[in-house]
Design a protein around this ligand. Sequence first.
Ligand code: MTE
Ligand code: HPA
Ligand code: MOS
Length: 750
Amino acid sequence: MKNIDSKNHLTGKSVYVDDIPVQTGTLFGAVFGSPKAHGIIKNLNFSEAEKLEGVEKIFTYKDIPGKNQIGGIIEDEPLLAENEVHFIGQPIAFVVAKSEIIARKAIKLIKIDIDEKEIIIHAREAHKKGQLLIPPRTFKMGDISSEWAKCDYIFEGRVESGGQEHLYIETQGSYAYPMDSGSIKIHSSTQGATLVQKITARVLNVPMHRIEVDVARLGGGFGGKEDQATPYACMAALASYNLQKPVKLILHRLDDMHMTGKRHPYSSDFKIGLSKEYKILAYQTTLYQNGGAASDLSPAIMERTLFHSTGAYFIPNTEVTVYSCKTNLPPNTAFRGFGAPQGMFVIESAIAKAACELNVSKTLIQERNFLKEKDTFQYGQLAENVNVGKCYDTASEIYHIEQIEQEVEEFNSKNINYKKGMAMMPLCFGISFTKTPMNQARALVHIYQDGSVGISTGAIEMGQGVNTKMIQVAAKVFSIRTERIKIESTNTTRVANTSPTAASSGADLNGNALKIACDKLLDRLKQSAAKMLNCNHSEVSIENETVLKNGMNTDIQWELLIETAFLDRICLTENGHYATPIINFDKSKETGHPFAYHVYGTAIVTVTLDCIRGTYEFDDVKIVHDFGNSMNTSIDNGQVEGAVVQGIGWTTMEEVSFGKDGKLLSNSLSTYKVPDIYSVPKNIEIKALKTDGPEFALLRSKAIGEPPFMYGIGAYFALIKAIRAFNPNYKIDFDSPLTPEKVLMRLYQE
Ligand code: MTE
Ligand code: HPA
Ligand code: MOS
């Protein structure tokens, strides 16, 4: 099935928050953010701003009727700063005016005095000063301390990985208006409708049922709207509730980049021990996560880093510790991969270091240590239906990895100013929210009298194609044409208590809930049909909109069946609830079975480096991916392509940089480079591993949103190889992103 949104996206007809026609009397908001990264507010003066014609009201924390608190996991983040500010751009006041231009003008007239305090930018500095957001956590397996003595080789090193700006095309925004009986309706560009509802209710001090959140779709989220859409919805709702008028707030790109958190930069130390046969016997790593000024989702992200710190490998003795450090940056947040890429980059670096020191191919060490069937993950889960090796073997076979390696060497021996590099990146990514209770979803299905169907779920469409997949589920269960089915907006009054659409689990959780609802309806319809045909319920089936009796067509079509069932007063509405079975996790022991299944794959990345300029082009990314039994190959391939490009951006181009004063320097698209059409790999080839797919994936089609992001990590190591081919003196180091500037320095390092 084609993505239902493609045509409307292409023709500009899809509606985003800023496209919703506004009601007369709508007011417009703008956020006044802190100009300083840390300090005490001495004086806040609105007198000039308030005088401006058209300014309706300037809100501060004093105007909040409920709790001035938006922290989702830990309550450590005010909606509007009270007396202390902790990062540049931290919201202090919310101006509401007759037009956006006036609101933004008023912002410039606000005067503030801040008594500045010490600023911390880097995670290690925060750690040294005891500034942690939460206590550290450690995952352990085996016994590293006694294992080091048994290792033939031990290597140590340090790894840096940078932040990443989400750069969703639609910036953060919301539109809130009063309904009768003291309720507020909010259109928000959020991945978490219920989260917006819950936190707004907390801020306004009203029950959740007074807040209705509606989401049609997002112009991208990538994790950046899992938690961080909430404050902008709260502000619009606060003003709307207070003034009893519609209020709209859309962030400008520059403000969005300044105010919102990004992927967490990590700084890490590793120690890796190997046997003579290149088996990794022990691995120890300490990771310092730069959390920013409030915890936001950092505790959950820290957890996923721990889970994925050994990548696609089995290492019998491990000890991994993550510190979540408090700095004076905007609170960092979810971003595709959710801490896993950062952890995986460290183990890949450790292996690269070993390979370099031992002068063997990195691929060889990787391959010898792949996770295998019935190995135990660090966190106690037994590895089942493991496809790491299968993906690699398939890639080896169809892409001829050894031949690629030879071609690279041949090229390098013939060329002086251009060098090629190749790297293999294996993938193992756990599917399920790491917090077990979040793995639940609901769906609501109406069959209308004319046979058309309306479906609602908790899933939010953000470009990943989940709405199309939902329609496919209903069409498959009922065996009707997809044109009969409409997917409704995601709305908290139709589907309540939703988890955010995240953790790549949107389709699995909501699709399974939808399937349960549809199955229940189908069962009732079969009973109606049996009554019509005077036969047994078990003899009836529906295929291609026709009722079959014992496998033979009858003259009862879908429309007649529905009409008859309705006249017979059969309920044509159903609700489905799904909670992923088997998963559990005991935090006190750091063990359990947290993931429903894992996604596997292999990518081979090749790059050509211009050794005069330090610039490079990625020639190929050749992938064998374990989709399970993909329910929509064009959507799933699109997810792989997008994720690969985003991953390559993270490791090679996108450099988030802050000044000493905590100010974002890479604050526009002229200073923050994301992959464009010229920098995407010239060729991305995707082959599916042939498997049946796991029981807990939707229709056995594995989750696809985040896992392929990890393939981008291969780009870093392909580049390192190319640099080393040119400059044997280059001392291998791990400092992502490896931008052309950094590459150039390394090419001529002595
Ligand atoms: N694809 C597009 N086009 N836009 C997005 O914002 N977000 C990614 C991924 N793919 C995203 C995307 C992230 S971070 C996640 S968790 C998943 O989609 C969420 O959707 P799913 O659970 O339905 O896969
Ligand atoms: N992924 C994404 N978001 C989350 C998770 C997760 O594992 N846990 C809590 N929020
Ligand atoms: Mo995705 S980072 O789980 O929104």
